[in-house]
Design a protein around this ligand. Structure first.
Ligand SMILES: Nc1ncnc2c1ncn2[C@@H]1O[C@H](COP(=O)(O)OP(=O)(O)OP(=O)(O)O)[C@@H](O)[C@H]1O
Ligand SMILES: [Mg+2]
Length: 399
Protein backbone atom coordinates (compact mmCIF):
# COMPACT_ATOMS: atom_id res chain seq x y z
CA UNK A 1 0.00 0.00 0.00
CA UNK A 2 1.35 3.44 -0.89
CA UNK A 3 2.36 5.53 2.19
CA UNK A 4 -0.24 8.21 1.37
CA UNK A 5 -3.13 5.79 1.18
CA UNK A 6 -1.97 4.05 4.37
CA UNK A 7 -2.15 7.31 6.32
CA UNK A 8 -5.55 7.88 4.78
CA UNK A 9 -6.72 4.42 5.94
CA UNK A 10 -5.37 4.98 9.48
CA UNK A 11 -7.28 8.26 9.66
CA UNK A 12 -10.47 6.63 8.46
CA UNK A 13 -10.14 3.78 10.99
CA UNK A 14 -9.69 6.29 13.84
CA UNK A 15 -12.74 8.22 12.61
CA UNK A 16 -15.03 5.24 12.32
CA UNK A 17 -14.61 4.12 15.94
CA UNK A 18 -15.52 6.30 18.90
CA UNK A 19 -14.08 4.85 22.12
CA UNK A 20 -14.24 8.05 24.14
CA UNK A 21 -17.12 10.23 23.00
CA UNK A 22 -20.83 9.43 23.20
CA UNK A 23 -22.31 8.97 19.76
CA UNK A 24 -25.54 9.87 18.01
CA UNK A 25 -27.99 8.15 15.73
CA UNK A 26 -25.70 8.13 12.67
CA UNK A 27 -23.57 5.25 13.95
CA UNK A 28 -25.78 3.90 16.68
CA UNK A 29 -25.90 0.11 16.97
CA UNK A 30 -28.59 -2.07 18.57
CA UNK A 31 -30.55 -1.10 21.69
CA UNK A 32 -33.88 -1.44 19.85
CA UNK A 33 -35.80 -2.40 22.96
CA UNK A 34 -34.47 0.52 25.05
CA UNK A 35 -35.15 2.96 22.19
CA UNK A 36 -38.73 1.68 21.94
CA UNK A 37 -39.26 1.99 25.72
CA UNK A 38 -38.00 5.58 25.84
CA UNK A 39 -39.95 6.66 22.73
CA UNK A 40 -43.07 5.07 24.09
CA UNK A 41 -42.75 7.02 27.35
CA UNK A 42 -41.91 10.30 25.58
CA UNK A 43 -45.13 10.31 23.57
CA UNK A 44 -47.36 9.74 26.61
CA UNK A 45 -48.46 12.93 28.33
CA UNK A 46 -47.64 12.87 32.03
CA UNK A 47 -44.91 10.23 31.65
CA UNK A 48 -41.24 10.96 32.24
CA UNK A 49 -38.23 8.72 31.83
CA UNK A 50 -35.10 7.81 33.71
CA UNK A 51 -32.35 6.00 31.79
CA UNK A 52 -30.03 4.26 34.21
CA UNK A 53 -27.20 1.76 34.12
CA UNK A 54 -23.54 1.15 34.82
CA UNK A 55 -20.87 3.68 33.92
CA UNK A 56 -20.06 3.45 30.22
CA UNK A 57 -23.08 1.29 29.35
CA UNK A 58 -24.15 3.78 26.66
CA UNK A 59 -26.70 5.95 28.49
CA UNK A 60 -25.67 9.32 27.00
CA UNK A 61 -25.49 7.86 23.49
CA UNK A 62 -29.05 6.52 23.87
CA UNK A 63 -30.26 9.92 25.12
CA UNK A 64 -28.53 11.69 22.19
CA UNK A 65 -30.10 9.30 19.74
CA UNK A 66 -33.58 9.78 21.21
CA UNK A 67 -33.09 13.56 21.11
CA UNK A 68 -32.26 13.40 17.42
CA UNK A 69 -35.22 11.16 16.65
CA UNK A 70 -37.67 13.51 18.39
CA UNK A 71 -36.12 16.85 17.45
CA UNK A 72 -38.84 17.71 14.94
CA UNK A 73 -41.73 16.78 17.25
CA UNK A 74 -40.58 18.49 20.45
CA UNK A 75 -38.87 21.72 21.37
CA UNK A 76 -35.50 21.00 22.94
CA UNK A 77 -32.95 23.36 24.49
CA UNK A 78 -30.56 24.53 21.75
CA UNK A 79 -27.58 22.82 23.37
CA UNK A 80 -29.40 19.44 23.35
CA UNK A 81 -28.64 17.59 26.56
CA UNK A 82 -28.04 19.49 29.81
CA UNK A 83 -25.24 18.05 31.96
CA UNK A 84 -25.26 18.22 35.75
CA UNK A 85 -22.17 18.50 37.91
CA UNK A 86 -21.32 18.89 41.59
CA UNK A 87 -22.24 22.58 41.53
CA UNK A 88 -25.71 22.07 40.03
CA UNK A 89 -28.62 23.39 42.04
CA UNK A 90 -32.31 23.32 41.17
CA UNK A 91 -32.21 27.01 40.21
CA UNK A 92 -28.98 26.77 38.15
CA UNK A 93 -30.33 23.71 36.32
CA UNK A 94 -33.53 25.42 35.18
CA UNK A 95 -31.73 28.65 34.35
CA UNK A 96 -29.41 26.69 32.01
CA UNK A 97 -32.33 24.84 30.42
CA UNK A 98 -34.53 27.90 29.93
CA UNK A 99 -31.69 30.11 28.68
CA UNK A 100 -31.47 27.77 25.66
CA UNK A 101 -35.11 28.31 24.61
CA UNK A 102 -36.19 31.53 22.86
CA UNK A 103 -39.04 33.40 24.53
CA UNK A 104 -40.54 34.80 21.36
CA UNK A 105 -40.79 31.53 19.46
CA UNK A 106 -40.80 28.87 22.19
CA UNK A 107 -38.05 27.32 20.10
CA UNK A 108 -34.38 26.57 20.69
CA UNK A 109 -32.39 29.81 20.61
CA UNK A 110 -30.67 30.22 17.30
CA UNK A 111 -26.93 30.72 17.51
CA UNK A 112 -26.47 32.07 14.00
CA UNK A 113 -28.86 35.00 13.89
CA UNK A 114 -26.36 37.42 15.34
CA UNK A 115 -27.67 36.67 18.83
CA UNK A 116 -31.15 38.10 18.04
CA UNK A 117 -32.90 35.41 20.06
CA UNK A 118 -30.80 36.10 23.13
CA UNK A 119 -31.39 39.82 22.75
CA UNK A 120 -35.14 39.25 22.49
CA UNK A 121 -35.09 37.06 25.55
CA UNK A 122 -35.24 33.45 26.66
CA UNK A 123 -37.58 31.53 28.96
CA UNK A 124 -34.99 32.04 31.72
CA UNK A 125 -36.20 35.61 32.23
CA UNK A 126 -39.61 34.29 33.32
CA UNK A 127 -38.06 32.53 36.29
CA UNK A 128 -38.59 34.27 39.62
CA UNK A 129 -35.77 34.94 42.08
CA UNK A 130 -36.64 31.77 43.98
CA UNK A 131 -37.04 28.90 41.51
CA UNK A 132 -39.58 26.27 42.61
CA UNK A 133 -41.24 23.26 40.95
CA UNK A 134 -44.37 25.44 40.73
CA UNK A 135 -42.60 28.23 38.83
CA UNK A 136 -41.01 25.74 36.42
CA UNK A 137 -44.34 24.06 35.79
CA UNK A 138 -46.11 27.40 35.22
CA UNK A 139 -43.57 28.41 32.58
CA UNK A 140 -43.86 25.12 30.72
CA UNK A 141 -47.65 24.87 30.94
CA UNK A 142 -49.44 25.50 27.62
CA UNK A 143 -46.30 26.59 25.81
CA UNK A 144 -45.98 23.60 23.51
CA UNK A 145 -44.24 20.23 23.64
CA UNK A 146 -40.84 20.20 25.27
CA UNK A 147 -38.31 17.40 25.58
CA UNK A 148 -35.70 18.10 28.23
CA UNK A 149 -32.81 15.66 28.66
CA UNK A 150 -30.82 16.02 31.88
CA UNK A 151 -27.65 13.90 31.97
CA UNK A 152 -25.36 12.88 34.86
CA UNK A 153 -28.04 13.41 37.53
CA UNK A 154 -25.94 11.25 39.85
CA UNK A 155 -23.38 14.05 39.99
CA UNK A 156 -25.83 16.32 41.80
CA UNK A 157 -24.60 16.47 45.38
CA UNK A 158 -27.17 18.91 46.73
CA UNK A 159 -29.91 16.74 48.23
CA UNK A 160 -32.58 19.45 48.02
CA UNK A 161 -32.04 19.65 44.24
CA UNK A 162 -32.94 15.97 43.87
CA UNK A 163 -36.03 16.44 46.06
CA UNK A 164 -37.16 19.44 44.01
CA UNK A 165 -36.54 17.53 40.77
CA UNK A 166 -38.75 14.69 42.00
CA UNK A 167 -41.41 17.27 42.99
CA UNK A 168 -41.20 18.80 39.51
CA UNK A 169 -41.81 15.44 37.83
CA UNK A 170 -44.82 14.92 40.06
CA UNK A 171 -46.16 18.40 39.41
CA UNK A 172 -45.70 18.22 35.59
CA UNK A 173 -47.42 14.85 35.59
CA UNK A 174 -50.33 15.87 37.84
CA UNK A 175 -51.04 18.93 35.67
CA UNK A 176 -50.67 16.95 32.41
CA UNK A 177 -48.08 19.44 31.11
CA UNK A 178 -46.89 18.53 27.61
CA UNK A 179 -43.25 18.31 28.64
CA UNK A 180 -41.19 15.14 28.93
CA UNK A 181 -38.18 15.03 31.21
CA UNK A 182 -35.55 12.39 30.42
CA UNK A 183 -33.14 11.95 33.31
CA UNK A 184 -29.92 10.00 32.80
CA UNK A 185 -27.70 8.55 35.52
CA UNK A 186 -26.24 5.53 37.24
CA UNK A 187 -28.56 3.10 39.04
CA UNK A 188 -28.21 4.69 42.46
CA UNK A 189 -29.61 7.98 41.11
CA UNK A 190 -32.98 6.33 40.44
CA UNK A 191 -33.14 5.04 44.00
CA UNK A 192 -32.43 8.56 45.28
CA UNK A 193 -35.12 10.13 43.10
CA UNK A 194 -37.73 7.59 44.11
CA UNK A 195 -36.75 7.71 47.77
CA UNK A 196 -37.60 11.41 47.62
CA UNK A 197 -41.09 10.79 46.44
CA UNK A 198 -42.70 7.35 46.43
CA UNK A 199 -45.55 8.48 44.20
CA UNK A 200 -43.14 9.75 41.54
CA UNK A 201 -42.75 6.09 40.52
CA UNK A 202 -46.04 6.17 38.58
CA UNK A 203 -44.91 9.17 36.54
CA UNK A 204 -41.44 7.81 35.85
CA UNK A 205 -40.69 5.03 33.40
CA UNK A 206 -37.38 3.40 34.28
CA UNK A 207 -35.29 2.19 31.37
CA UNK A 208 -32.32 0.06 32.35
CA UNK A 209 -29.29 0.01 30.04
CA UNK A 210 -27.85 -3.48 30.40
CA UNK A 211 -24.46 -4.41 29.02
CA UNK A 212 -24.60 -5.01 25.27
CA UNK A 213 -25.34 -8.43 23.83
CA UNK A 214 -22.86 -10.19 21.57
CA UNK A 215 -25.02 -9.27 18.54
CA UNK A 216 -24.90 -5.57 19.52
CA UNK A 217 -21.14 -5.55 20.06
CA UNK A 218 -20.74 -7.38 16.72
CA UNK A 219 -22.75 -4.60 15.06
CA UNK A 220 -20.43 -1.90 16.47
CA UNK A 221 -17.42 -3.77 15.07
CA UNK A 222 -18.99 -4.61 11.72
CA UNK A 223 -20.28 -1.04 11.21
CA UNK A 224 -16.87 0.43 12.04
CA UNK A 225 -15.04 -1.97 9.75
CA UNK A 226 -17.52 -1.73 6.87
CA UNK A 227 -16.88 2.03 6.75
CA UNK A 228 -13.20 1.38 6.02
CA UNK A 229 -13.60 -1.68 3.77
CA UNK A 230 -12.22 -4.19 6.30
CA UNK A 231 -13.56 -7.49 7.70
CA UNK A 232 -12.83 -9.66 10.74
CA UNK A 233 -12.56 -13.41 11.33
CA UNK A 234 -15.48 -14.69 13.48
CA UNK A 235 -13.10 -15.94 16.23
CA UNK A 236 -11.42 -12.53 16.47
CA UNK A 237 -14.76 -10.77 16.65
CA UNK A 238 -15.93 -13.12 19.42
CA UNK A 239 -12.68 -12.33 21.24
CA UNK A 240 -13.43 -8.62 21.20
CA UNK A 241 -16.91 -9.26 22.58
CA UNK A 242 -15.46 -11.36 25.42
CA UNK A 243 -12.81 -8.78 26.23
CA UNK A 244 -15.24 -5.87 26.13
CA UNK A 245 -17.59 -7.65 28.57
CA UNK A 246 -20.49 -5.97 26.77
CA UNK A 247 -19.21 -2.42 27.36
CA UNK A 248 -19.30 -0.44 24.10
CA UNK A 249 -16.29 1.74 24.98
CA UNK A 250 -14.00 -1.32 24.89
CA UNK A 251 -15.62 -2.64 21.71
CA UNK A 252 -14.71 0.63 19.94
CA UNK A 253 -11.23 0.71 21.47
CA UNK A 254 -10.35 -2.91 20.67
CA UNK A 255 -12.03 -2.79 17.24
CA UNK A 256 -10.02 0.29 16.34
CA UNK A 257 -6.67 -1.11 17.50
CA UNK A 258 -7.28 -4.49 15.88
CA UNK A 259 -8.03 -2.73 12.57
CA UNK A 260 -4.92 -0.57 12.93
CA UNK A 261 -2.80 -3.69 13.64
CA UNK A 262 -4.06 -5.39 10.46
CA UNK A 263 -3.65 -2.22 8.40
CA UNK A 264 -0.05 -1.91 9.59
CA UNK A 265 0.58 -5.24 7.82
CA UNK A 266 -1.40 -4.27 4.73
CA UNK A 267 -4.19 -6.73 5.52
CA UNK A 268 -7.92 -5.99 5.34
CA UNK A 269 -8.93 -9.16 7.24
CA UNK A 270 -8.47 -8.93 11.02
CA UNK A 271 -7.32 -12.12 12.77
CA UNK A 272 -6.96 -13.29 16.37
CA UNK A 273 -3.34 -12.09 16.58
CA UNK A 274 -4.54 -8.56 15.82
CA UNK A 275 -6.89 -8.72 18.83
CA UNK A 276 -3.92 -9.69 21.02
CA UNK A 277 -2.02 -6.61 19.80
CA UNK A 278 -5.17 -4.54 20.33
CA UNK A 279 -5.39 -5.77 23.92
CA UNK A 280 -1.86 -4.53 24.68
CA UNK A 281 -2.62 -1.13 23.09
CA UNK A 282 -5.94 -0.87 24.92
CA UNK A 283 -4.23 -1.49 28.26
CA UNK A 284 -1.65 1.20 27.50
CA UNK A 285 -4.35 3.63 26.44
CA UNK A 286 -6.70 2.92 29.36
CA UNK A 287 -7.65 5.96 31.37
CA UNK A 288 -4.97 6.75 33.92
CA UNK A 289 -7.66 6.72 36.61
CA UNK A 290 -8.52 3.07 35.87
CA UNK A 291 -4.93 1.86 35.97
CA UNK A 292 -4.35 3.86 39.19
CA UNK A 293 -7.49 2.36 40.74
CA UNK A 294 -6.34 -1.11 39.69
CA UNK A 295 -2.90 -0.73 41.28
CA UNK A 296 -4.46 0.66 44.45
CA UNK A 297 -6.87 -2.28 44.61
CA UNK A 298 -4.31 -5.06 44.21
CA UNK A 299 -1.31 -3.61 46.03
CA UNK A 300 -0.81 -4.83 49.58
CA UNK A 301 2.54 -5.29 51.32
CA UNK A 302 3.56 -8.94 51.32
CA UNK A 303 0.20 -10.20 50.00
CA UNK A 304 -0.12 -11.30 46.38
CA UNK A 305 -3.56 -12.87 46.52
CA UNK A 306 -5.40 -9.55 45.92
CA UNK A 307 -4.46 -9.63 42.22
CA UNK A 308 -5.89 -13.14 41.87
CA UNK A 309 -9.07 -12.47 43.83
CA UNK A 310 -9.83 -9.34 41.80
CA UNK A 311 -9.31 -11.32 38.61
CA UNK A 312 -11.66 -14.05 39.89
CA UNK A 313 -14.24 -11.30 40.64
CA UNK A 314 -13.90 -10.05 37.06
CA UNK A 315 -14.54 -13.60 35.81
CA UNK A 316 -17.50 -14.29 38.12
CA UNK A 317 -21.04 -14.65 36.76
CA UNK A 318 -23.12 -11.57 37.49
CA UNK A 319 -26.77 -10.57 37.44
CA UNK A 320 -27.94 -8.01 34.88
CA UNK A 321 -26.87 -5.16 37.17
CA UNK A 322 -23.30 -6.45 37.46
CA UNK A 323 -23.68 -7.96 40.98
CA UNK A 324 -22.05 -11.22 42.07
CA UNK A 325 -21.85 -13.06 45.40
CA UNK A 326 -18.79 -14.60 47.10
CA UNK A 327 -20.17 -18.01 46.03
CA UNK A 328 -19.89 -16.94 42.39
CA UNK A 329 -16.21 -16.14 42.85
CA UNK A 330 -15.44 -19.71 44.05
CA UNK A 331 -15.43 -21.37 40.61
CA UNK A 332 -13.17 -18.85 38.79
CA UNK A 333 -10.86 -18.65 41.82
CA UNK A 334 -10.52 -22.47 41.85
CA UNK A 335 -9.77 -22.46 38.12
CA UNK A 336 -7.15 -19.75 38.49
CA UNK A 337 -5.46 -21.37 41.50
CA UNK A 338 -5.83 -24.88 39.96
CA UNK A 339 -7.21 -26.23 43.27
CA UNK A 340 -10.46 -26.15 45.25
CA UNK A 341 -10.88 -22.75 46.87
CA UNK A 342 -13.65 -22.02 49.35
CA UNK A 343 -15.07 -18.54 49.97
CA UNK A 344 -13.32 -18.30 53.38
CA UNK A 345 -10.01 -18.10 51.52
CA UNK A 346 -10.87 -14.75 49.97
CA UNK A 347 -13.69 -13.30 52.16
CA UNK A 348 -11.15 -10.96 53.77
CA UNK A 349 -10.01 -9.74 50.35
CA UNK A 350 -13.55 -9.09 49.14
CA UNK A 351 -14.20 -6.94 52.19
CA UNK A 352 -10.90 -5.10 51.77
CA UNK A 353 -11.83 -4.26 48.14
CA UNK A 354 -14.81 -2.34 49.56
CA UNK A 355 -12.55 -0.14 51.69
CA UNK A 356 -10.76 3.07 50.68
CA UNK A 357 -7.27 1.58 51.04
CA UNK A 358 -8.08 -0.87 48.20
CA UNK A 359 -9.99 1.60 46.03
CA UNK A 360 -12.72 0.95 46.84
CA UNK A 361 -12.69 -1.30 43.80
CA UNK A 362 -15.98 -2.97 44.77
CA UNK A 363 -19.28 -1.82 46.22
CA UNK A 364 -21.28 -4.18 48.41
CA UNK A 365 -24.97 -4.40 49.27
CA UNK A 366 -26.44 -6.59 52.02
CA UNK A 367 -28.61 -9.52 50.89
CA UNK A 368 -30.37 -12.30 52.84
CA UNK A 369 -27.23 -14.28 53.69
CA UNK A 370 -24.29 -11.94 53.39
CA UNK A 371 -23.47 -9.45 50.65
CA UNK A 372 -23.52 -9.03 46.91
CA UNK A 373 -20.71 -7.14 45.23
CA UNK A 374 -20.11 -5.21 42.02
CA UNK A 375 -17.25 -3.26 40.49
CA UNK A 376 -17.60 0.38 41.57
CA UNK A 377 -16.51 1.44 38.09
CA UNK A 378 -17.79 -1.05 35.51
CA UNK A 379 -14.93 -0.11 33.18
CA UNK A 380 -12.48 -1.69 35.61
CA UNK A 381 -13.80 -5.20 35.05
CA UNK A 382 -12.62 -5.60 31.41
CA UNK A 383 -9.36 -3.90 32.44
CA UNK A 384 -8.74 -6.51 35.16
CA UNK A 385 -9.46 -9.31 32.68
CA UNK A 386 -7.12 -7.88 30.07
CA UNK A 387 -4.37 -7.49 32.69
CA UNK A 388 -4.81 -11.19 33.54
CA UNK A 389 -4.63 -12.19 29.89
CA UNK A 390 -1.61 -10.01 29.21
CA UNK A 391 0.22 -11.52 32.18
CA UNK A 392 -0.75 -15.01 30.98
CA UNK A 393 -2.39 -15.91 34.33
CA UNK A 394 -5.76 -16.42 32.73
CA UNK A 395 -6.26 -18.50 29.60
CA UNK A 396 -8.34 -16.89 26.81
CA UNK A 397 -10.91 -19.72 27.00
CA UNK A 398 -11.70 -18.83 30.62
CA UNK A 399 -12.90 -15.32 29.72
N1 LIG B 1 -25.47 1.85 20.73
C1 LIG B 1 -24.19 2.15 20.53
N2 LIG B 1 -23.58 1.90 19.35
C2 LIG B 1 -22.28 2.19 19.17
N3 LIG B 1 -21.48 2.73 20.11
C3 LIG B 1 -22.02 3.01 21.31
C4 LIG B 1 -23.40 2.75 21.58
N4 LIG B 1 -23.66 3.14 22.86
C5 LIG B 1 -22.50 3.63 23.35
N5 LIG B 1 -21.51 3.56 22.43
C6 LIG B 1 -20.10 3.97 22.63
O1 LIG B 1 -19.75 3.58 23.96
C7 LIG B 1 -19.05 4.61 24.65
C8 LIG B 1 -19.75 4.86 25.99
O2 LIG B 1 -21.04 5.37 25.72
P1 LIG B 1 -21.72 6.55 26.55
O3 LIG B 1 -20.77 7.68 26.77
O4 LIG B 1 -23.01 6.84 25.90
O5 LIG B 1 -21.96 5.78 27.93
P2 LIG B 1 -22.49 6.35 29.32
O6 LIG B 1 -23.30 5.23 29.92
O7 LIG B 1 -23.18 7.65 29.13
O8 LIG B 1 -21.14 6.54 30.11
P3 LIG B 1 -20.91 7.37 31.47
O9 LIG B 1 -21.53 6.55 32.56
O10 LIG B 1 -19.41 7.43 31.59
O11 LIG B 1 -21.54 8.71 31.30
C9 LIG B 1 -19.06 5.82 23.75
O12 LIG B 1 -17.75 6.08 23.35
C10 LIG B 1 -19.89 5.48 22.54
O13 LIG B 1 -19.16 5.74 21.38
MG1 LIG C 1 -22.78 9.53 29.94
Amino acid sequence: MAPGSKIDLIERIAASFSPSAPIDSRVYAGRESQIADVLNACVQRGQHVVIFGERGAGKTSLANTIGQMLRTRFTMPACGTINCDQTTTFASLWRSIFSEIALSRNAPISRNQGGTDRAQGTLAQLLPEEVTPHSVRTILQDRGKFLIIIDEVDRITDRSTTTLLADTIKSLSDHAVDTTLVLVGVAESVDTLIAEHESVQRALIQVHMPRMSQAEIDRIIDNGLAAVGMTIEPGARRRIYKLSQGLPHYAHLLGMHAALAAAAQDRTLIDIEDTQRALRKALKQAQQSISDDYERAVTDAGETLYRWVLLACALANTDEHGYFTAGEVVAPMSLLMKRDCQAVLFARHLNAFCEDRHGPALLRTPIAHGYKYKFRNAAMQPYVLMKGLEAGIVAPELT
